[in-house]
Design a protein around this ligand. Sequence first.
Ligand code: ZN
Ligand code: ZN
Length: 144
Amino acid sequence: MDWKSCSSCKKPIAHGGKYYKCSVSTCNSVRLPMIFCSVGCWDAHVPVLNHRANVWAIEERAPAPPGAPERRLVRPTTAPVEPDEVLIVASRLKDFVKDRADFNTAGDVMEALSEIVRDATVDAIANARLEGRRTIMARDFRRR
Ligand SMILES: [Zn+2]
Ligand SMILES: [Zn+2]
């Protein structure tokens, strides 16, 4: 199925195919835009329309045919979580300790807390699985 045809030689331009348009705005009117199958065809219209010297052809791509499958957005894959990765927002925890007691927080606290969070989450997963769920919930973390 063709999209449009060349304004110069009338050769068809395919959907999704390459075409050229003119850098002059009056050649790109919404009603009757000029499109060319090749730079040669674009070149041919320049003297006809009396363009000034400073014009060029712009390479474009014809739109995909209607009904063609839309290109899916590929969600970027997230990096896998390292087994010893810090899962705590350090700045917020430090703020909490500061607000609560005006104490400082050593860097390795994040690792220790991450370990606790990991263990508790593994238990929560086990609990959810026991109840036939694939979503862990707050109640899976409540101490029994
Ligand atoms: Zn042409
Ligand atoms: Zn033109």
